[in-house]
Design a protein around this ligand. Structure first.
Ligand code: FDP
Length: 336
């Protein structure tokens, strides 16, 4: 693509602001700040092996400096970027037990809150496998200018204003939606900009990929065990057997399935009866993207966007991806 044809994330956000009557530019500024934080984290991820930021938080390097884990760096980068902006009054992070009221000069009067998983797939950081950032944006429910409350962040996905993710893979991509479709941007390191590379992403209704940690199969519900036996049968009409693809880094597994068609499942297990993934930080935002791209996202009980969060770190089972594949998994779950 010639440079004259490029659309940067910043240009795209400003263009799209016109879609929202009465928009005051606050959401646009939040998305811009998220883009800046993502570029900083991408830079840190890319040089992680060189600069002693792999490994456990709490240790000290040979120069006597604190070794910061990448997920701590990710968290701090988002707090810094959002405090500077002033549109966000509070943040909830996978890294913090409690909600974080932001302390920027204008934060208290910010009309939005953000939920964030700064570095998802962290068990993959030390081995140079793709990882990601997941974010979601809500309007606060407490009055502007007051102290933000837990109710501001404990909102169901059907109240989302925007959500998205960044995947730090063979290239860095930012994918987001404000409820009017899904667009993907690839970071061009030569100009330091996210450029529109995947406009209006539509996920295929069907696919041949299933993504699940099958090592836990003995603990899965009967319906999922039956589904896993079914995907391995040979049947030309339904393109079976399917392919198993599981990186163990949800953003990367999700991103591949979004583009190629597939289903991502993290079911309940005997050890984790609500599954492993977090409702606010992982399932709602990724479910929103899936649905916006024409896919589905379900807990087995209801659409993930209809779950009313009760706790910051609540977990839910999740089935999400290509619409027909999700429906099929749900059928197996119902028939057990
Ligand atoms: P991680 O623990 O490495 O941060 O919820 C986090 C997550 O990774 C997801 O990114 C990933 O899909 C899942 O956990 C992997 O869990 P299992 O190892 O149980 O499969």
């Amino acid at each position: 693509m010639s440079e004259q044809q490029l659309t940067t994330l910043g240009q795209f956000i400003i263009e799209k602001q016109k879609d929202f009557a009465f928009a005051k530019g606050e959401l646009s500024r939040i998305l811009r700040d998220i883009g800046i934080a993502a570029k900083i984290i991408s830079r840190e991820v890319n040089k992680a092996g060189l600069t002693h930021i792999l490994g456990d938080y709490g240790s000290v390097n040979v120069q006597g400096e604190d070794v910061k884990k990448l997920d701590i760096i990710g968290n701090e980068t988002f707090i810094w970027a959002l405090e500077k902006g002033g549109e966000v009054c509070a943040m909830a992070s996978e890294e913090n037990d409690e909600m974080i009221p932001l302390k920027g000069a204008y934060s208290k009067s910010g009309n939005y809150v953000i939920c964030i998983d700064p570095l998802d797939g962290s068990s993959n950081i030390d081995v140079n496998v793709s990882i990601g950032t997941i974010f979601s944006v809500y309007r606060r429910v407490s009055p502007s200018g007051s102290e933000p409350t837990l109710q501001d962040v404990l909102q169901p996905g059907n109240q989302l204003v925007a959500a998205g993710y960044v995947v730090y893979g063979s290239s860095t991509m930012l994918v987001y939606s404000t409820g009017k479709g899904v667009n993907g941007f690839t970071l061009d390191p030569s100009i330091g900009e996210f450029c529109l590379s995947h406009p209006n992403i539509q996920t295929p209704a069907d696919g041949k990929i299933y993504s699940i940690n099958e090592g836990n199969a003995a603990e899965f519900p009967e319906g999922i065990k039956n589904y896993l036996a079914w995907v391995k049968e040979t049947d030309k009409a339904t393109s079976r057997p399917y392919s198993a693809r599981y990186i163990g880094s949800m953003v990367a597994d999700f991103h591949r399935n979004l583009l190629k068609g597939g289903v991502f499942i993290y079911p309940p297990t005997a050890k984790a009866p609500n599954g492993k993934l977090r409702l606010l930080f992982e399932c709602i935002p990724m479910g929103f993207i899936s649905i916006q791209a024409g896919g589905k996202a379900h807990t087995g009980q209801m659409s993930v966007l209809d779950v009313m969060p009760e706790q910051l770190h609540q977990r839910v089972p999740i089935v999400m991806g290509s619409a027909n594949m999700v429906d099929n998994v749900l059928k197996f779950l119902q028939n057990k």
